[in-house]
Each structure stands twice: as structure tokens, then as C-alpha cells.
Design a protein around this ligand. Structure first.
Ligand SMILES: Cc1cc2nc3c(=O)[nH]c(=O)nc-3n(C[C@H](O)[C@H](O)[C@H](O)COP(=O)(O)O)c2cc1C
Length: 154
């Protein structure tokens, strides 16, 4: 049986420069690569949305680091569930800055909270579909070799 787990949350960022944000991403990706956690981080004017997945113990370690971070506050968890397979196997922590309407649609979507859940429920949750759909459009349209390319697993 798979030991994979996923979490998602929104939070509010304390003011941060571009280089502080880049350093945060770098540290996050380094740790995630070490422990086998993948996912995406979305940022829109001072708000974060993050989805991350991996072996349960690794997800719990990352969760602890995120909770301890002094870079944000008002964390609201949307998802904390076992999963059958990874949704973002190619990204240690993909990062993008969606427009406000896309960000809000994802943050306000219906996410599955109840446990236990089936694979089908998870994959059909509105929030998951919106994140995956926005991410695949963003990846297809992104400028070639932008600095945001960092974070890919291969
Ligand atoms: C929005 C956000 C997302 C984060 N995502 C991750 C992550 O995916 N993996 C990880 O190991 N740490 C993550 N962290 C924690 C940072 O990597 C790092 O531990 C922390 O920023 C360093 O402590 P400090 O924020 O108090 O300076 C995240 C922090 C924030 C604010």
C-alpha cells in the first residue's frame, strides 16, 4: 500500500524582497529534494497557496518547517489526506504568480477534508482540478529557460 500523503494550505506573507523569496524557494526545494516531496507554490500579492505531497513522514517534516517559518502567518489548511499517486512528480516545488482571479478560485475552491478518502474523491476535488489545470497552462506558456524553471525534478 502507498504511504503517500498530501497537504495544501493558504497563508499571508510578511513583506519580503524578491531575493528573500528566491532564498525561501531555494531552501524549500533543497529540503524537498532531499526527502522526496513534490508540489507547487503559488504567490499573489502577499498571499501564498501551496500543495505538497510525498511519503507521509516527509510531508509531516515539511509541514513542521512551514509552520515554523517566520515568513508568513494566518495559515489555513485546506487538505491533509493520504493519496494514491503524485500529482506533481516533476516538481520539487514549482513556483508561479497567477493573476488574482486564478489565485482566488484555487484558494476558495472546495478541498477534501474528510478522511479516509478514496483516490477518486481526491482527484475529483474542485481545488485539485483547478491547481492542476492552471499549472499545466502555466508550464505550457512559460518563457523558455526562465529562472522559474528551477525546481524541476529532472
Ligand atoms: C510559503 C512558504 C512555503 C514553504 N515551503 C516549504 C517547502 O516546500 N519545503 C520546506 O522544506 N520548507 C518550506 N518552507 C520553509 C522554508 O523553507 C524555511 O524553513 C523557512 O523559510 C526558514 O525559516 P524562516 O522562514 O523562519 O526564515 C516554506 C516557507 C514558506 C513561508
Amino acid at each position: 500500500m502507498s504511504d503517500l500523503h498530501a497537504m495544501a494550505y493558504t497563508s499571508i506573507a510578511y513583506p519580503m524582497t524578491q531575493s528573500q523569496l528566491a532564498a525561501l524557494l531555494d531552501g524549500a526545494r533543497r529540503f524537498n529534494a532531499e526527502v522526496g516531496v513534490t508540489g507547487v507554490l503559488l504567490h499573489h500579492v502577499g498571499r501564498f497557496f501551496q500543495y505538497f505531497e510525498g511519503p507521509e513522514h516527509a510531508v509531516r517534516d515539511v509541514h513542521g518547517r512551514i509552520l515554523r517559518s517566520t515568513r508568513h502567518h494566518s495559515l489555513a489548511f485546506l487538505l491533509d489526506v493520504p493519496i494514491a499517486s503524485r500529482q506533481f512528480p516533476a516538481w520539487y516545488m514549482g513556483f508561479c504568480e497567477p493573476p488574482v482571479d486564478e489565485f482566488q478560485r484555487i484558494a476558495n475552491a472546495e478541498w477534501v477534508q474528510a478522511m479516509p478518502i478514496t483516490r477518486t474523491t481526491m482527484e475529483r476535488s474542485e481545488g485539485m482540478s483547478l491547481v492542476m489545470s492552471y499549472w499545466s497552462r502555466w508550464v505550457a506558456d512559460r518563457p523558455a529557460r526562465s529562472p522559474d524553471d528551477a525546481g524541476e525534478t529532472a
